[in-house]
Design a protein around this ligand. Structure first.
Ligand code: FUB
Length: 328
C-alpha cells in the first residue's frame, strides 16, 4: 500500500473546512476515506427543488428539528496520507432515497466483492406514511454515487428498543459482518447476511441483541486488535460540551464487554463536544488514529461541528490511553 506510515505530521485540525460530524474513517485501496454527516447551512442553493412530490409533501407535514433541513446529502473525503483530503461531493442525496424525506446522516461504509455498501440513518421520526431508520445503498466506487439498495429501511424503530441511527458495519476475521447501532441510550448488534442488504439471526435464534454498556448514548463503533473486541461509543448530550467517547473490551463481537472508561472529552483550550468517532490502523504498523467531531469553543450551535484526527495509543496491557486533542 502506498499509505504513508508516519502519521499526519503536517495535518491540521479541523482536517477539512465546513460543518461535518460523525466521521467514519476507512481504508479502501490505497487511500483513507472519511464518511461524515454534512450540515449544510445554506451553502447549497435551493436544495428543496430536487425533492420528489412525495418527499415535498412529507416535508410539509412535519415540524422537524432544524438539522433536518441541512443534512440532506453526503460528501465524502479521501486522502493518501491522512493530511491532504480530496472532497467527493454528493455521494448520496436524500432525494434519491424514496422512502426518506428529511435527512441522511452518520454513514458507515464497507467494501465486499468489489462493491461498496453505505449504511445511513434517515428521517428519525417515524409514522405510517413516513418510515425512518437505517438504510443501505450500494455503489461500484467508494466515493459513490450510491443507490438505495432495498427501497426501504433495513432496520426501523420497532426492534428491541434502539433508535435506528448511528450504525457501524464491522467485518470480523471470519468474514461475518455485524451492524452495531442505536440511539435512545440503547445499543443493538445484528448479523448481516452475505449480501449485506439483509439481516440474519444469530446461532441462538435471536436477531437484535442488546449490548448497551453503562453510560452509552449513541455513536457505536467496533474495532478488533490482537484478538480483543473494543466496543466504543459516545456519551453525554450531542449538542452539549460534555459529549465524549468511552470504550469497553470483550472476547467476542457480542461481548460480554467490560467498561473501561472515557478516552476523549472536551478540552477547554481547544474544542467542546468531542465525540461520534471512529478509528483507523495505519497498515503494517501499530499506529492508530481517531477521527471525531468537535465544536469550536466560540460556537454554540450543536450542528456546527468540525472533523478532527488525533493519535490514539494502545497501552501495553491493551487498554487505550486518553486521547490528547490537538490543533495540529
Ligand atoms: O449528526 C447527527 C447526530 O449527532 C448523530 O446521530 C449523533 O451521533 C450525533 O453526533
Amino acid at each position: 500500500m502506498a499509505l504513508l506510515t508516519g502519521g499526519p505530521a503536517a495535518a491540521e485540525n479541523p482536517i477539512v473546512p465546513g460543518w461535518y460530524a460523525d466521521p467514519e474513517i476507512r481504508i479502501f485501496g490505497d487511500r483513507y476515506w472519511i464518511y461524515p454527516t454534512y450540515s449544510d447551512h445554506g451553502e447549497t442553493p435551493d436544495v428543496s427543488k430536487h425533492f420528489s412530490e412525495r418527499q415535498k409533501k412529507l416535508r410539509e407535514q412535519k415540524t422537524v428539528r432544524p438539522s433536518y433541513h441541512f443534512q440532506t446529502f453526503f460528501n465524502v473525503f479521501s486522502s493518501p496520507d491522512l493530511v491532504h483530503w480530496t472532497k467527493h461531493s454528493h455521494a448520496l442525496d436524500v432525494e434519491n432515497v424514496a422512502w426518506a424525506a428529511y435527512a441522511v446522516w452518520a454513514p458507515s461504509a464497507i467494501e465486499k466483492d468489489g462493491k461498496y455498501y453505505l449504511f445511513f440513518g434517515a428521517n428519525d421520526i417515524q409514522s405510517d406514511d413516513q418510515p425512518g431508520g437505517i438504510g443501505v445503498a450500494v455503489s461500484d466506487r467508494p466515493e459513490g454515487p450510491f443507490k438505495d439498495a432495498i427501497g426501504k429501511p433495513l432496520i426501523d424503530a420497532f426492534h428491541n428498543g434502539a433508535q435506528p441511527i448511528d450504525q457501524f458495519v464491522f467485518r470480523d476475521d471470519d468474514g461475518q459482518h455485524y451492524l452495531y447501532y442505536g440511539g435512545w441510550k440503547h445499543c443493538n448488534v445484528v448479523r448481516l447476511g452475505d449480501d449485506l442488504t439483509s439481516i440474519e439471526p444469530f446461532a441462538d435464534g435471536t436477531t437484535y441483541k442488546e449490548i448497551t454498556p453503562p453510560g452509552y448514548v449513541e455513536g457505536s463503533f467496533m474495532v478488533k486488535r490482537k484478538g480483543v473486541y473494543y466496543l466504543m461509543w459516545s456519551e453525554g448530550g450531542w449538542t452539549g460540551p460534555d459529549y465524549s467517547v468511552a470504550y469497553a473490551m470483550g472476547p467476542s463481537p457480542t461481548g460480554p464487554f467490560k467498561p473501561m472508561g472515557k478516552i476523549l472529552s472536551q478540552d477547554f483550550k481547544i474544542a467542546r463536544g468531542a465525540g461520534h468517532h471512529s478509528v483507523v490502523n495505519v497498515p503494517g504498523t501499530d499506529d492508530w488514529y481517531i477521527a471525531y467531531h468537535r465544536r469550536p469553543l466560540d460556537e454554540d450551535s450543536g450542528e456546527r461541528r468540525q472533523l478532527a484526527i488525533d493519535r490514539m495509543i494502545f497501552n501495553a496491557d491493551g487498554t487505550i490511553a486518553p486521547v490528547k486533542m490537538t490543533n495540529e
